[in-house]
Ligand binder design. Structure first.
Ligand SMILES: NC(=O)c1ccc[n+]([C@@H]2O[C@H](COP(=O)([O-])OP(=O)(O)OC[C@H]3O[C@@H](n4cnc5c(N)ncnc54)[C@H](OP(=O)(O)O)[C@@H]3O)[C@@H](O)[C@H]2O)c1
Length: 338
């Protein structure tokens, strides 16, 4: 392997205002400078990748571009002492896959500050079955627990429940003993959600409730929201006194049509979750849980909620995700390529 070695990557190109995707050959020399060159074995498809792969300039400013905010693989070369060739590592978020060529290529080159040693005993595949979405679900659950939420306080609502973040949040909360109510737009996936341990399933309209009401009947001791908009507003309005709501996504909307009444009359807390710029020390803490006491809880669920695709299947899967037709986690397997 040298700078002229070629590798395959999904490349998104802007042509006359429209965006085309194709698997192309690149040279290692084409990658940006960086401390650590990684041979990517697995990546995963997150909502943000689907946006980047379809020309969303809020995520990716310049094209041509290779998306992929997640990558797990083996160090091929390192100019820093923390990492050596052969180390198994993962790299998630920061600028990876946004404006830095990402995990939808067989190689990435990144700053050492973005790289984490693979948390043992997870396999590279498991780290990408979890990926940014699962890590974000873990952050949501960890924050609910840190705010004092306990199963005996009542049911927990998870929105966007069949999505990557949502499905992992459902599975983890159910295994931790919470009664989980899932919100989904997919009637065909109620059984899937029950298999993950959810005890009740609502459609989106039921979760929104009466949109004009400032408050709704108290139902949820906690909420993990991945969609924003009217569904998040409905969840906050129906949270129990002193309820905790964590919010991490905007799959439905970036708006939040609410009054202050849930906060000042019921003491509701609304807590934001970010994984993109999450500091390395916090990442290590959350991965330690995912690799430690939470690993056995998620073992069966990860198999049930994840599928594996290759680079050639990725473009079509991006379209399915944007159309809201995917479920769970999608792992991109780059081991079979050159
Ligand atoms: N804050 C962070 O650092 C962070 C990290 C990761 C992800 N996120 C965000 O979290 C969200 C979920 O990410 P993901 O990777 O899990 O995406 P995903 O796999 O595409 O899941 C999103 C889910 O949201 C629901 N949904 C989609 N469109 C909707 C609509 N118009 N109205 C209501 N629900 C809708 C669907 O679930 P149902 O069909 O089951 O309703 C869908 O499966 C995204 O907004 C993403 O950007 C944020």
């Amino acid at each position: 392997m040298n700078d002229q070695t070629t590798f395959r990557a999904l490349v998104v190109r802007e042509e006359n205002g429209s965006f085309q995707r194709a698997v192309e050959e690149h040279r290692i020399a084409d990658l940006p400078p960086g401390d650590v060159l990684i041979r990517v074995h697995f990546s995963s498809l997150n909502y943000k990748d689907a946006l980047s792969a379809s020309g969303n300039k809020g995520v990716t400013k310049k094209y041509p571009h290779t998306p992929g905010i997640d990558a797990a693989g083996v160090v091929a070369a390192s100019s820093v002492p923390q990492f050596s060739a052969g180390d198994e590592v993962l790299c998630m978020c920061y600028d990876l896959g946004m404006n830095t060529p990402g995990g939808f290529g067989e190689y990435i080159r990144v700053p050492a500050a973005w790289v984490l040693a693979k948390p043992e005993p997870l396999s590279l595949l498991e780290t990408m079955q979890i990926g940014t979405a699962g890590f974000t679900a873990a952050q949501c659950v960890d924050r609910l627990l840190a705010c004092g939420l306990r199963p005996e306080q009542g049911p927990v609502l998870v929105t966007g429940a069949t999505g990557g973040v949502g499905s992992l949040a459902c599975a983890l909360l159910a295994k931790l003993g919470f009664a989980v109510t899932a919100v989904t737009g997919k009637e065909s996936e109620h059984d899937f959600l029950r298999q993950l341990g959810c005890t009740a399933v609502l459609n989106r309209q039921q979760a929104i409730g009466r949109a004009s009401a400032a408050l709704l009947r108290e139902r949820w001791a906690g909420v993990a929201d991945t969609v924003g908009g009217e569904i998040l507003a409905g969840a906050v309005k129906a949270a129990q006194y002193n309820g905790i709501v964590v919010c991490c996504g905007n799959a439905a909307s970036g708006e939040l049509p609410l009054t202050v009444y849930p906060f000042i009359l019921r003491g509701i807390s609304l807590v934001g979750i970010d994984s993109a710029e999450c500091p390395l020390a916090r990442r290590k803490e959350v991965w330690e849980k995912l690799a430690g006491s939470w690993r056995p809880l998620l073992h069966d669920a990860l198999a049930a909620l994840s599928v594996r695709i290759n680079l050639s299947q990725l473009s079509q899967t991006v379209d399915e995700m944007l159309a809201g037709r995917t479920r769970g986690r999608i792992v991109v397997d780059l081991t079979g390529e050159k």
